[in-house]
Design a protein around this ligand. Structure first.
Ligand SMILES: *Cc1c(COP(=O)(O)O)cnc(C)c1O
Length: 400
């Protein structure tokens, strides 16, 4: 929630939007901080030895996370593919060039079925992109350590553990047990923590490498921040001579990520939280008065230090469904994009993390306005099937 900077969007014919959805790639991720913008613009005109710049990033990542080493890649999705690749190739330059053909390498990756999520793309596909195959452990809602242990064999290259609000949140093997079982048989553990605030806990729990997105809570430019054991990080870096080439980052993203980590270490996290909580209170007070609406402040499911407003709407009373309300908001002249992953269950969330000052009041007034007019003039309800089909058609007709 920085002060509002110059806005180029109107001049480009791009609609300004208000993001109460979260850090979404499709909306431009997060508000990139001034320190990051400045770091990027200072390095852009200059040549630099990238290996040295990545060494600098490694030192910063080590200092911010407690890892032995780190480096910056294009995204968390890229880092997932490259970490798996590194577990298969080791330090062999020939093997790096051979991928995605995995002949002669261990090539199976273990993943709990409840972690085989879609965050905008499939985690499983990100693993397979390296040439590896995925072996799913357990069932969607129940996985046991004995199943993980029994699945490890001579072809096991790595195991992936996902920390996310998307994973099934019960019946899974916890990270400590997961690491213990894997390490007892020398299987490295890769943790996808793309959207997590905790820069230390997963490494402390024994993860060999942890992956974060620079452009999510860190407020950096688009990049992946990799932190982990020296050998594994180095073997990931080697992939730049192979499948990593298409995932490369430039000097701007490397230095931008370093700046984002430095800014994160210095940020007044309590003040940020207080601003977010104040927005939640504004919303709660405004929406409690609405007929057919129930609101609740809900802590983040993976214990990130933030809360969101759960906005539940009963269409019989409110005369509008949760998804129609979400769509009406997205159709406003300044679209308001809510967090609608679970809208079929009759609720959405409002996320206060990416608000510019004052936008919480626009969000409140818009929602109250639409709900009040729906009471007078009920909205023609769209089914979820129609809604999904419209979205798919819109995607498939881009750029028209
Ligand atoms: C966002 C996310 C990703 C992808 O991150 P990018 O850096 O945008 O590629 C991967 N895994 C999880 C769990 C995520 O939340």
């Amino acid at each position: 929630m920085n002060s509002v900077p110059f806005d180029p969007r109107p001049g480009l014919g791009l609609r300004p939007i208000i993001n109460v959805s979260g850090t979404m790639t499709s909306l431009g991720a997060s508000i990139v901080g001034a320190e990051v913008v400045s770091a990027i613009s200072t390095i852009l005109p200059h040549f630099v030895e990238i290996d040295d710049l990545q060494r600098l990033a490694s030192r910063q990542i080590a200092s911010s996370t407690g890892a032995q080493a780190g480096y910056v890649t294009a995204s968390s999705a890229a880092a997932l593919t490259l970490s798996v690749a590194a577990c298969m190739t080791g330090s062999s330059l020939a093997a790096v060039e051979q991928l995605p053909n995995t002949q002669g390498m261990k090539s199976q990756v273990l993943l709990q079925m409840g972690h085989a999520i879609h965050y905008g793309a499939h985690v499983e596909q990100g693993i397979r992109l390296s040439g590896a195959s995925v072996r799913l452990i357990g069932s969607a809602t129940l996985a046991g350590g004995y199943q993980l242990d029994a699945a490890i064999d001579a072809n096991t290259a790595a195991a992936v553990f996902v920390v996310s609000h998307h994973v099934v949140d019960y019946g899974q093997i916890g990270l400590h047990d997961f690491v213990q079982i894997c390490h007892a048989k020398n299987v490295p553990v890769i943790v996808d923590a793309a959207s997590e605030y905790d820069l230390h806990g997963f490494l402390e729990a024994g993860a060999d490498v942890v992956i974060y997105s620079a452009h999510k809570f860190l407020g950096g430019c688009t990049a992946g921040v990799v932190a982990g054991k020296l050998d594994l990080v180095r073997n990931m870096y080697l992939q730049n001579r192979g499948i990593g080439r298409g995932f490369k980052v430039g000097k701007e993203s490397i230095l931008g990520s370093v700046a984002a980590l430095k800014a994160w270490d210095k940020r007044d996290h309590a003040a940020v939280r207080a601003r977010e909580d104040a927005a939640l209170q504004v919303w709660k007070q405004q929406f409690e008065k609405l007929d057919g609406v129930t609101v609740q402040i809900v802590p983040d499911p993976t214990q990130n230090p933030l809360s969101r407003l759960k906005f539940r709407i009963d269409p019989a009373t409110a005369r509008i469904t949760a998804w129609d309300l979400a769509d009406r908001l997205a159709e406003l002249e300044t679209p308001i994009i809510v967090r609608d992953h679970e809208v079929e269950q009759g609720f959405f969330f409002l996320d206060p993390c990416n608000l510019h000052p004052g936008q919480e009041h626009i969000v409140a007034a818009s929602i109250v306005g639409i709900c009040q007019s729906a009471k007078v003039k009920p909205q023609v309800a769209r089914t979820l099937v129609e809604r999904g089909a419209t979205k798919a058609r819109s995607m498939q007709s881009w750029p028209n």
